[in-house]
Design a protein around this ligand. Structure first.
Ligand SMILES: [Zn+2]
Length: 228
């Protein structure tokens, strides 16, 4: 076996050889050595196994996508190691998958149609907060209420749920319960006078209260519910 070059030198050169960034002459030298040296051949295999994406896979992605092809050739020019390519491609894939999951299950962007909602027992607590009972009857859970107010003084309480709905659990959640709304606090926080309160969105709404509307006093039971 011809081992003109020492294994130490070859091992130093293997990462460059693997990245295909050494000269043709060095490449030839490494290849000649590998033919006769199982140790260095193993070293190269180990190197390949260390990378998160096998080189063949990077090549496939590269040929699949012009964008990645361009990025890859840039990386080749600037001689950044394959390791970085693998890391970055993996990180990108991971964040895309993660975003998708997060978005579908947790993004609170779907409002509930008021066809499915009943607002009952609107009354006023002794401290002037307005109380109402909201019932959502489509069998899916709500995750959050969003408060918003427009320039005309319309205050919107919008029930939200993720894109992928979850089934409501009985008596456990936002679907069926009393809510209170503190008009004074909201007016102070927003620096605007609330003229009416809606449940829903500007396009699909149920009126809960408007200025001048007299509300019955909340029952003792309801008072107690909000003063625990
Ligand atoms: Zn060797």
């Amino acid at each position: 076996m011809s081992n003109k070059v020492s294994c130490e030198i070859i091992k130093d050169m293997l990462p460059l050889y693997y990245d295909d960034v050494c000269s043709d002459e060095s490449k030839r030298m490494v290849e000649e050595h590998l033919v006769g040296c199982p140790n260095c051949k193993n070293e190269l295999d180990r190197l390949k196994a260390d990378f998160i994406l096998p080189k063949e896979e990077i090549e496939t992605i590269r040929s699949d996508s012009n964008v990645i092809k361009n990025i890859s050739s840039f990386w080749n020019q600037s001689k950044i190691k394959s390791f970085m390519k693998g890391m970055i491609i993996s990180a990108l894939l991971f964040s895309v998958i993660n975003l998708g999951y997060f978005g579908l299950f947790n993004w609170q962007i779907i409002s509930v149609s008021t066809d499915e909602v009943e607002i009952k027992n609107v009354s006023q607590l002794a401290d002037s907060k307005i109380v109402y009972y909201a019932e959502t009857n489509d069998g899916y859970s709500l995750n959050r209420l969003n408060y918003d107010m427009d320039k005309e003084g319309s205050f919107y309480i919008t029930p939200l749920r993720p894109i992928i709905k979850r089934e409501a659990q009985l008596h456990n959640g936002f679907e069926n319960r009393y809510y209170s709304i503190d008009i004074k606090y909201q007016e102070k926080a927003r620096g605007k006078v609330i003229k009416r309160i809606y449940y829903g969105t500007p396009k699909d709404k149920i009126l809960i209260w408007e200025k001048g509307m007299d509300l019955p006093k909340a029952s003792e039971e309801i008072e107690n519910m909000f003063h625990e």
